[in-house]
Ligand binder design. Structure first.
Ligand code: ARG
Length: 248
């Protein structure tokens, strides 16, 4: 690995790029098999973290709030993603503060849940609220293994979410408890298996296979877990949701 910018990454780790590519292709195929349209961006040599497309923007009702990466190694991705959005017919609003797209900005019902503590700043949360006019709820992340909000929380459907409480400050935990009293609560094991870095279409939940406790809970609640293994990408600190930018 060329650089390490989160606790999952180690410069001395070997990555099997063929396996990573095959796992990524399986994810794309699985989305398509479930009726979801998938577009992709051409990779730029030297920008390995570009695979984590979720960090490129937040898109709501076709309006794109772009990214400003925390790590200098990832900053050149901004231009590539901006080009992709422009070519696809979207205007991109560039943030003034550090902001890592859907990594830290998660639309949930009438809110945007917004993570801070490691990457995206509170100032960016304000910008997001001004730009979209949607109430933005700041949540403080406290565990470096869960440095992005989308590693600790995901949205199940219009009403509900799943999350790992210990990734949040006590106050933020209380906020989540008030907003989502029926949330699905994940264990540390499931969170460390990237179980919360999932994508749900309201019925199917594309989820890491090793998050077995979470998978059982999803089944109990009537969701259909669809396991997709991205173990090779976990070495970079990313999973299913990180690889998925939703164009809403
Ligand atoms: N190596 C990347 C980073 O640290 C992983 C990004 C994961 N993306 C996400 N949406 N959580 O920036």
């Amino acid at each position: 690995m060329r650089y390490a910018i989160n606790p999952w990454m180690r410069e001395d780790t070997e990555v099997d790029t063929d396996l990573a590519q095959a796992q990524w292709e399986t994810l794309i195929r699985t989305y398509r098999d479930h009726g979801h349209r998938v577009d992709h961006i051409e990779p730029v040599p030297g920008l390995p973290d570009m695979v984590f497309a979720a960090n490129s923007a937040l898109v709501l009702e076709g309006r794109v709030f772009g990214s400003r990466f925390h790590a200098p190694q990832r900053r050149p991705e901004q231009l590539a993603y901006e080009r992709w959005f422009k070519a696809a017919g979207f205007d991109v609003h560039p943030p003034e503060s550090v902001c890592e797209g859907e990594g830290d900005l998660v639309p949930a019902g009438p809110f945007v849940l917004a993570g801070t503590g490691f990457r995206t700043t509170r100032a960016a949360h304000q910008e997001v609220q001004e730009f979209f006019g949607v109430p933005t709820v700041s949540l403080l992340l406290v565990d470096p293994y869960f440095y992005h909000l989308d590693t600790a929380l995901f949205v199940l459907d219009d009403q509900n979410i799943a999350y790992y409480p210990e990734a949040f400050s006590p106050g933020s935990r209380e906020v989540l408890g008030r907003l989502f009293p029926d949330a699905l609560i994940a264990t540390r094991d499931d969170a460390m298996a990237f179980g919360l870095n999932s994508v749900s279409d309201g019925r199917h939940v594309f989820v890491a296979p090793r998050a077995t406790g979470l998978i059982d809970q999803l089944t109990d609640r009537g969701y259909v877990p669809v396991p997709v293994d991205l173990s090779e990408l976990h070495k970079a600190g990313g999973g299913i949701k990180c690889c998925t930018q939703e164009i809403r």
